[in-house]
Design a protein around this ligand. Structure first.
Ligand code: PMP
Length: 422
């Protein structure tokens, strides 16, 4: 029997059962970080209460068990994304570190002056700054896919026009954390391959919410952060095709990543260990594995279907609150690959921060700011936005609470401005 999503799932997430500012918590900041189910909390706790030891280093029983659980976690992540082998999964701190790893290994070895890297104006800073640093070091040229004229998604015609024999890398967000648009990854992969470019996909906002199968996605690398898919923070993964990982030099040096060390030189372990210098986030990695296994058990097709439903409801109710509310990104149904269950928005005449502060007083947690996408907000012509983002445990009733609190917020500020709130 399958667990129903939404309300029946909430008992798995103890944190949701609390009041904030005297009102039941409505947690709608899932694009920033998700909450953790009991299976993940238990995995963390079991690690520290039963078998905590360093991994890959000792022959004693605890170390053997810790190593086993850590490697099992890697295998669970591999299964979750349908990677052909767990050797293709590198455990890192987060998606940001994964992108920096690729920029500093493959990028440093393969990107030369005049080579072109295609990014987009909608990237998270994590997929902009590492390439800016690489371009500054190498003299490479960064090109940015712009938005469609209605500014709701990436302009695929513009993307195609940027491709050339100079293109060495395409690195794009799979699902935008602000617009919610889903990239046509298969098309991008085919176009990138046609000019001999590699493709990295930032899957931070797709891996938690939809089936991601690396054997059909067409990317050479994907990156994601555990904390957004029900796992602990401080851990994430880089997936890469094995031959590609094997061709990459190490980035950070130290214990765990070596074969043999001499005083003047060393040889390195094969991937993934080559890229895991030092003691990893052991319990967190094990927690990430538990999260991946749990989500897989729920069924990512079902997760996606549930989120499409609640995401559409969120978008439609939000857009109907007031003509002063602008919701960014495509209308549900108008992005060929779908839309994430998140809605970034602004209310004309109000600051996003004031909006989210008043929502917090009603127990509703949304994020405000530039969501680490400053260039995108410049494209949208605003310095910041508020963002509500739903996940598997959110309910239509919570969307109603949010929308009603937003209507009250707008009324409150109108009253203040007209002087009647005094
Ligand atoms: N890319 C996207 C699309 C994101 O939403 C995020 C997290 N906001 C990141 C990258 C960076 O993730 P992290 O901070 O966990 O490395």
């Amino acid at each position: 029997s399958q667990v129903a999503l939404g309300a029946p799932l909430r008992s798995e997430f103890p944190i949701l059962d609390q009041e904030v500012n005297g009102r039941p918590l409505v947690y709608l900041d899932n694009a920033a970080t998700s909450q953790k189910p009991r299976v993940v909390l238990d995995a963390l706790s079991r690690c520290y209460t039963e078998y905590n030891a360093n991994v890959h280093r000792g022959v004693h029983a605890l170390s053997a068990r810790a190593t086993n659980e850590y490697e099992e976690a890697r295998a669970k992540v591999a299964t979750f994304i349908n990677a052909p082998s767990s050797r293709e999964v590198v455990i890192v701190r987060n998606a940001t570190e994964a992108i920096n790893l690729v920029a500093n290994t493959w990028g440093s070895a393969n990107i030369k002056q005049g080579d072109e890297i295609i990014l987009s104006v909608a990237e998270h800073h994590a997929n902009l700054v590492p390439w800016q640093l690489l371009a500054a070091r190498t003299g490479a040229v960064l090109r940015h896919v712009r938005l469609t004229p209605d500014k709701t998604q990436l302009d695929m015609d513009h993307f195609r026009s940027l491709l050339s024999p100079r293109t060495r890398l395409v690195s794009l967000v799979h699902v935008s954390n602000v617009l919610g648009c889903v990239l046509d990854a298969a098309y991008v992969a085919e176009q990138a391959r046609a000019v001999g470019a590699k493709l990295l996909l930032d899957c931070c906002q797709s891996v938690p919410h939809m089936p991601v199968d690396v054997t059909s996605l067409g990317a050479d690398w994907i990156v994601a952060s555990s904390h957004k898919f029900c796992g602990p923070s401080g851990v994430g993964f880089l997936w890469g095709r094995y031959e590609l990982l094997e061709s990459m030099e190490p980035w950070m040096g130290g214990g765990e990543m070596i074969a043999d060390v001499y005083l003047d030189a060393s040889t390195y372990a094969p991937p993934p260990m080559r890229f895991e210098a030092g003691t990893p986030a052991i319990a967190e990695a094990i927690g990430m594995g538990a999260a991946a296994e749990w989500l897989r058990g729920l069924g990512m097709d079902r997760v996606h279907a549930y989120e499409e439903e609640i995401g559409t409801y969120l978008y439609e109710r939000l857009a109907a609150v007031s003509p002063r509310v602008s919701v960014y990104g495509p209308r549900p149904g108008s992005c060929p690959r779908g839309r994430a269950s998140l809605a970034a928005f602004n209310v004309a005449g109000l600051h996003a921060t004031d909006v989210s502060t008043l929502l917090d007083m009603a127990g509703v947690a949304v994020r405000s700011g530039h969501h680490c996408a400053q260039p995108l907000h410049r494209e949208l012509g605003v310095p910041a936005s508020a963002r509500a983002s739903a996940y598997i445990y959110n309910t239509a009733g919570e969307v109603d609470v949010f929308v009603e609190a937003l209507a009250d917020t707008i009324k409150f500020f109108d009253d203040v401005h007209s002087g009647s709130a005094a």
